[in-house]
Design a protein around this ligand. Structure first.
Ligand SMILES: [Zn+2]
Length: 201
């Protein structure tokens, strides 16, 4: 029976690259992988973009109120796998719908995403995935100090952000994210809080 998978990791751990590699593996065997992502991510709109230069157009851009069960049942039922990038931006009910797809349509669904935002709070989509996915796997990357990076520091114009909206896409307003280990993360944010006294963290 097919399963719902969640592969999570900090920024820059190669989630999108692994997604494209998985899509390629299917393609190589003459199987069809359907690539989707939530529309919220406007970085390259209808493309999966990776830091190592690989790009691929998605088969479907997910709207916030999309019924994913209905959409996959109507359009992608004959696919061998559903791959979802930026799964942290999914709605909770969409994650539940993906579980139904795995169980009742017998199509494996592999979701890639961040576990937490820049303030270490869980994203809706990833939190639901951590709660219900059959299989959860961490994709690892390293901090500047060499330890495993699990958090993401947000920089705006080169300064560490210690407050703000959970979702702010990089490349806009000079927004940049750097993945760090918990120790470096707290050191970096503590320094920033001291600089900006009065900021609520
Ligand atoms: Zn570190």
């Amino acid at each position: 029976m097919a399963k719902l998978y969640f592969r999570y990791g900090a920024m820059g751990c190669g989630k999108s690259a692994q997604l494209l590699q998985t899509a390629y593996n299917y393609q190589e065997r003459n199987l069809k992988a359907c690539i989707m992502k939530p529309k919220l991510d406007t970085r390259k709109e209808n493309k999966i973009y990776t830091r190592i230069g690989l790009e691929k157009e998605v088969d479907y851009l997910i709207e916030q109120d999309d019924d994913l069960w209905q959409i996959i049942n109507d359009k992608f039922k004959n696919y061998n796998c559903i791959l979802i990038d930026e799964a942290q931006f999914l709605q909770e009910k969409q994650v539940d719908a993906l579980m139904q797809v795995a169980i009742y349509l017998d199509i494996p669904v592999i979701c890639y995403g961040l576990r937490t935002d820049f303030l270490t709070n869980g994203f809706k989509g990833s939190t639901r995935l951590l709660q219900i996915a059959h299989s959860i796997e961490e994709l690892k990357t390293i901090c500047r100090c060499g330890k495993k990076a699990i958090y993401n520091v947000r920089y705006i114009n080169g300064k560490v952000a210690v407050g703000g909206e959970s979702i702010l896409i990089d490349n806009k307003d000079n927004v940049k994210y750097v993945s760090m280990c918990p120790k470096c993360y707290y050191e970096e944010t503590k320094k920033a809080i001291k600089k900006e006294e009065g900021m609520v963290y």
